[in-house]
Design a protein around this ligand. Structure first.
Ligand code: ADP
Ligand code: TRP
Length: 336
């Protein structure tokens, strides 16, 4: 499906992975990683730095993200799983790219503009709370992508602009120093029909504190699921499955037959929300039991995670060193 294309994506370690992340990003990335001949998946700890000020949290979430991918079946012998900051070439390429990136391009970044708009709406200085990590975020992200001769970048819709900026930056360097230096990447936008809803019915997100962690232990998982907000329909009333957070989550874990049966229970009436929640709990508990054990085993022995990440960084560096040598030769006249 990916032929001989290089596929790359990054994941920011900014929270404990939840079911929305699982369905919208983690599952498709694992599929891609296991299919593509050349796949790079990395934990973008340097990108987390502009917002997370507690190093122990960056460490914790880095391990949680890595353990999640490993526990859910990413083949790390094939796909390269690594931590962004373990490849020092990223710093070199970022500085080189800074010089072919116009400030105007950065001014147009949605993420930066959102902060400025928020400041203006609240009567604050437009640059309040804006650090250069945020402002130059797209340059670091371009370096992430361009360092590995990436052809395809699977991302959520919110990251499309950043990938397009990587294209602009690559184009600008190629124009100045030689057409073939950098591969111009393309975004691949993951198609999730709609965002997975959280406990309160809004999009499941760590920002709303309405999420269900992927690997909650059964007791906590049951408690969270029981908290899903429902309307006041009685058990005997017919219910619209497509409007129900319970069904929307259920269908992602169920077999085709189970999903069809649950759908019918909703539409024909006769099943209360309490019973539907119980069925959802039992299903997620069943499907996640095995990876959950693996996940906690990895977190209890983080050396296992480190070993995988370090082996990944070694493989990533082989490509990265060559790229930095090539670009620095063109820009500085010698390879660094
Ligand atoms: P959060 O909203 O919890 O901060 P992120 O913005 O870190 O989540 O998202 C990481 C990835 O997970 C993105 O690719 C995003 O598209 C996906 N994702 C996050 N929440 C959901 C959701 N509720 N439904 C589907 N995909 C989601
Ligand atoms: N910016 C991405 C996010 O917030 C994470 C990321 C960093 C990334 N570098 C990347 C994604 C390179 C794709 C390619 O989700």
């Amino acid at each position: 499906m990916f032929d001989d294309k290089t596929v790359l994506t990054g994941v920011k370690p900014t929270g404990t992975p939840h079911l929305g992340n699982l369905i919208g990003a983690i599952k498709p990335v694992i599929e891609m990683g296991n299919q593509a001949e050349k796949a790079f998946i990395f934990i973008a700890d340097l990108h987390a730095l502009n917002a997370v000020r507690d190093s122990s949290l960056i460490q914790k979430w880095t391990y949680e993200v890595a353990a999640t991918y490993m526990a859910l079946g990413l083949d790390t012998d094939k796909a390269v799983l690594f931590r962004q900051s373990d490849v020092p070439e990223i710093y070199k390429l970022t500085v080189l790219l800074m010089n072919v990136t116009s400030k105007g391009l950065m001014n147009r970044s949605h993420a930066y503009k959102a902060v400025v708009a928020d400041n203006e709406a609240n009567g604050k200085d437009p640059d309040f709370g804006v650090n250069m990590g945020l402002f130059t975020y797209p340059v670091l992200m371009a370096a992430d992508i361009l360092l590995y001769n990436t052809d395809l970048v699977p991302v959520g819709r919110d990251q499309k602009q950043h990938v397009e900026m990587s294209r602009d930056i690559a184009g600008s360097l190629n124009n100045l120093y030689g057409k073939e230096l950098l591969v111009v990447p393309e975004p691949v936008i993951q198609k999730v029909a709609a965002a997975i809803p959280g406990l309160d019915g809004r999009k499941m997100s760590k920002s709303y504190d309405n999420y269900i962690p992927i690997f909650d232990q059964p007791k906590a998982l049951r408690k969270k699921i029981m908290k899903i907000v429902t309307d006041s329909k009685r058990p005997e009333d017919p219910k619209d499955p497509d409007e129900s957070t319970i069904y929307l989550l259920y269908q992602h874990f169920a077999t085709t037959e189970e999903a069809a049966a649950m759908r019918e229970n909703f539409t024909k009436g006769g099943m209360g929300y309490g019973d539907a929640k119980k069925a959802l709990f039992e299903l997620i508990d069943r499907e996640m039991a095995e990876p959950r054990e693996k996940y906690y085993d990895l977190l209890a022995n983080p050396q296992q995670i480190e070993d995988v990440l370090m082996a990944g960084a070694d493989r990533a560096r082989e490509v990265a060193q060559e790229m930095v040598a090539r670009v620095s030769k063109a820009m500085l006249g010698r390879s660094i």
